[in-house]
Design a binder for this molecule. Structure first.
Ligand code: ADP
Ligand code: ASP
Ligand code: MG
Length: 869
């Protein structure tokens, strides 16, 4: 018998787990949900799963509700919604679609309902509810198919909407509230039915049999209602971020995870804009003292945020900065209002009559300004016009919109005001319409024009940290930053060879630093990945990336030919590989002197010309020769402006408009153009880039008579920043294959450099000194820009770790700098490292390409030496 079928003992605790839209949209996410539910069950807990609609579905259902008269649009939306659910059904590999089809039939029925004509609110609510009804039905089927016996529960059986005093009709149907307390009877009745349930977020019963919805994002609230009803051990909100952060992490990558909050603080952060938690979901659980945890569906091991009754939070600190857009301000001006009895009551009565709930208030002798929040109000222009007309009986009215409210949240806000000067100075430069300080001493809010808010928030967040009003050093409250968590995820994703070889690397560093260490196995692995793409007829290694002899030998053994950009490179290559046939060498120089071309031709090396000058001025050198032509397709690509090699701003290649002249000159001198080459830049991670280069070169080649080879250059990127997605080799292979099918007459060549060696090299250095200047910590190491110039030259980002303290938790935010007398001698900015001490070994990763080879003796310091593992 399935373990989920045996009823748990009567006193087994409940856990409510809620999954948002993105967490329920694909089969792998449902596998995560199954894993999370099964883990709780195995620990002896009953599980109630609350789900949102698949991401985007509520928006589409809402669009139907809002444009019921537009038949064509409604039909389109209906088809999209049906197709989306059928697609997930297919992806889940389920066999009987009845459940889903029944809800889709209900959608058709609602579309045919006469209430549609008037767009009745009760009808809209029924339409909206279908998202959650369908997702929970799909989920139940899938979880059962995995062997986790899961009972489908209609939330409307348990949650009853309750009209609030003065609530407008809109709120009653589309932003309803439920009042719940612990209900042992319902809990016992469910416990008698099974151990695992799945129910819909967002919906509740209204009256006897109608349906209301709880407002956008309301599934969190449903989970909280169920948590209170069952007096659960915890309510877990599983979403697409690993907790509540000190700012929206998608807007502020340096935002810190808030490890622990009390209900009041969480309420304040949620109310003032942090979408991760619906503001109405704190109240029900607080009354029953049920803790909330916020967790990441994709990274269940991370601790997340815990919201509890009481935190031992110490000194006052700003915990978060949040923002809300779409705020409307209503400014009411009247000279007679001063000390006039009942003025506020009169104007607020008007708001009440229009069902509008007021958020912030500012008042002066002759003016009262209030804000209206779109999440609590239906704020269309009709409503506002009617409001203003009625208000004009008492005062002059001005509506200011769209505005945004920026809020600083933290306990003891008033005690921190004196430290906020830098933050206030930022606001000083803007038009601030309203400032409000909450009477619970938890928040300070500024209302400004909406347009400036997005760029302002990251700046303010940084200022709060700098002024130490956001005390990120307090480990009780603040966890790692969003960026750091992303880095960790990336590190797990690509376990680097240097982690495995840590012992050997430390031993090498003990001998001497600074020092580059290369792992040839890693070079071979990259080479084999490329070699497996059958479409490319010949791979060349662009040896300028790293001409270390052992690397050249390894790649030769892997079947690679070579691409050189100077005569010295050719000579060095031939010294290392004397047996290498000259025709396996491609020479692609740029603005090189005439002798280099002559020497290469004399050696039998294939030469690529990338300008008119050589063929126009030294034409006789190329007489009777086969040459390649490097064209500039007009636009560069790459990870930094300095690595883009296309377009007029770049010195490479012959522009399309000069190709005809080049061909005439070649013909005149008896040179045969047998290959076309294009290389638009480096560090490209989008596989489709080469398809487009390939197609352009191929169609150009058809205008020539004897092109044999198309050379797409290199530029294959390696992910460096944690958020980079690695180049998809399979997609690259497929894209190339597709073009090859259309142009089988041309051979396809490519010439990557960095892709083969970047990850194979690390730079080892030792800490020389540490320093603190104001807020800024420096860690000095014995390798500087004379060993690795990429960060200074291209602002390249390299992972940097303290190899001696690899597993120690990061403690400090530091700048990692070298010993060179240049302000730009910085290898890494704002990195979180464990406290570093003189002599610690620091490893700079992904330094195998354009590292040692660009080294210099600047300051008369020797650049890092090189060694292979
Ligand atoms: P779900 O669909 O799971 O309910 P939501 O989109 O409603 O998820 O909420 C999660 C999103 O909230 C995050 O992706 C993030 O963009 C946003 N967000 C805004 N402010 C914050 C904050 N302070 N901390 C965490 N997330 C936040
Ligand atoms: N599906 C609803 C919405 O998108 C409720 C939720 O996801 O929380 O607003
Ligand atoms: Mg949400």
């Amino acid at each position: 018998m399935n373990p989920s079928d045996t009823l748990l003992p009567h006193d087994a605790p409940w856990v409510v787990v809620k999954f948002g839209g993105t967490s329920v949209s694909t089969r792998p996410r449902w596998d995560n949900i199954a894993g999370i539910a099964a883990t709780h069950l195995a620990a002896g807990k009953r599980v109630l799963i609350v789900v949102s609609a698949l991401s985007g579905i509520t928006d589409q259902l809402k669009a139907i509700g809002e444009a019921p008269a537009d038949a064509a649009r409604c039909a389109d939306l209906r088809d999209t919604i049906v197709a989306r659910h059928h697609a997930l059904f297919g992806e889940m590999g389920l066999s009987r679609r009845n459940g889903v089809d029944a809800w889709m039939a209900k959608l058709d029925q609602l579309l045919a309902d006469p209430r549609r004509n008037t767009g009745e609110l009760a009808w809209q609510a029924e339409v909206l509810a279908l998202g959650e009804l369908t997702s929970s039905t799909l989920g139940a089927a899938y979880l059962n198919s995995l062997g986790l016996t899961t009972h489908w529960l209609d939330s409307r059986e348990c949650l009853r909407a309750e009209a609030l005093p003065n609530q407008a009709d809109w709120g009653k149907w589309l932003s309803a509230s439920v009042r719940v307390r612990h209900d042992p009877q319902t809990a016992a009745a469910l416990a008698a039915r099974g151990n695992v349930f799945i129910a819909q977020g967002f919906i509740a019963r209204s009256g006897e049999s109608a349906t209301a919805v709880l407002g956008r994002g309301g599934s969190d609230t449903s989970a909280a209602y169920f948590g209170a009803l069952l007096k659960a051990e915890a309510v877990e909100i599983w979403t697409d971020v690993p907790g509540m952060f000190s700012a929206n992490p998608r807007q502020v990558p340096d935002a810190r995870l808030l490890s622990r909050l009390d209900y009041a603080e969480a309420q304040e952060i949620a109310t003032t804009g942090a979408k991760v938690l619906h503001p109405r979901c704190i109240h029900p659980v607080r009354d029953e003292r049920v803790p909330i945890r916020i967790k990441d569906t994709n990274r269940p091991d991370l601790p997340g945020t815990e919201i509890v009754w009481n935190t031992q939070s110490s000194a006052p600190s700003v915990k978060a900065i949040s923002s809300r857009k779409g705020i409307t301000l209503v400014s009411m001006e009247s000279i007679s209002m001063w000390q006039q009895v009942g003025f506020l009551s009169d104007v607020f009565e008007v708001f009440k009559r229009h069902g509008l709930s007021v958020d912030l208030i500012g008042s002066a002798e002759t003016n009262v300004t209030v804000s209206l929040d779109p999440s609590d109000n239906l704020l269309d222009s009709d409503v506002l016009a009617r409001l203003c007309t009625d208000l004009e009986a008492f005062c002059r009215v001005k509506v200011i919109a769209p505005c945004a409210a920026i809020t600083l949240v933290g306990r003891g806000m008033r005690a921190m005001l004196h430290r906020l000067s830098a933050v206030l100075a930022e606001f000083g430069a803007l038009d601030v319409h309203l400032i409000s300080q909450s009477s619970n001493n938890l928040n300070l809010t500024f209302v400004i024009d909406e347009a400036v808010v997005d760029s302002l928030i990251p700046r303010l967040h940084a200022l709060l940290i700098r002024a130490e009003v956001m005390r990120i050093g307090d480990p009780e409250i603040f966890g790692p930053s969003w960026r750091e968590l992303a880095e960790d995820a990336a590190a797990v994703h690509r376990t680097s060879w240097w982690r495995r070889e840590r012992g050997k690397l430390l031993a090498l560093a003990a001998e001497s630093t600074p020092r580059y260490v290369y792992c040839l196995d890693q070079v071979r692995e990259q080479a084999r990945g490329l070699g497996a793409l059958g479409t490319v007829d010949r791979w060349h290694y662009a040896l300028k990336a790293n001409p270390h002899p052992d690397i050249l030998r390894s790649l030769h053994a892997e079947g690679f030919a070579f691409e050189c950009v100077s005569w010295n490179e050719i000579a060095a290559l031939r010294r290392v590989l004397p047996e290498l046939p000259a025709e396996r060498i491609l020479f692609t120089p740029n603005f090189a002197p005439r002798e280099e071309y002559r020497a290469a031709l004399a050696a039998g090396v294939r030469v690529t010309l990338d300008a008119l000058h050589p063929i126009a001025e030294w034409g006789e050198d190329f007489s009777g020769r086969d040459i390649f032509l490097r064209v500039d397709l007009g636009a560069g690509r790459g990870h930094h402006d300095k690595v883009k090699t296309g377009g007029a701003q770049s010195k490479f290649g012959v522009s399309l408009s000069e190709i005809a002249t080049f061909r005439n000159l070649a013909r005149e001198h008896g040179a045969r153009i047998v290959g076309l080459h294009a290389h638009l830049g480096s560090g490209i991670l989008d596989a489709q880039h080469w398809r487009s280069v390939y197609v352009q070169l191929a169609s150009l080649a058809e205008q020539f008579n004897r092109i044999e080879v198309l050379d797409l250059g290199g530029g294959l990127g390696v992910p460096s920043r944690p958020e980079d997605v690695p180049l998809d080799l399979a997609a690259l292979g497929a894209a190339l294959e597709e073009v090859k099918q259309a142009y089988p007459q041309f051979q396809l060549w490519m010439e990557p450099g960095r892709y083969l060696v970047a990850e194979a090299g690390v730079l080892l250095a030792k800490v020389t000194q540490t320093k603190r200047k104001g807020e800024v910590h420096y860690v000095g190491i014995d390798a500087g820009m004379n060993s690795l110039i990429r960060p200074a030259l291209y602002e390249s980002w390299h992972e940097i770790v303290n190899l001696d303290r690899l597993d120690a938790p990061p403690e400090e935010l530091v700048q990692i700098v070298g010993p060179i007398c240049e302000t730009g001698d910085v290898l890494g900015n704002n990195r979180r490292l464990p406290a570093c001490q003189e002599g610690d070994v620091i490893l700079v990763a992904e330094a195998g390409a354009y590292g040692a080879v660009m080294g210099s003796r600047y300051n008369m310091r020797e650049p890092a030496a090189e060694v292979c593992l």
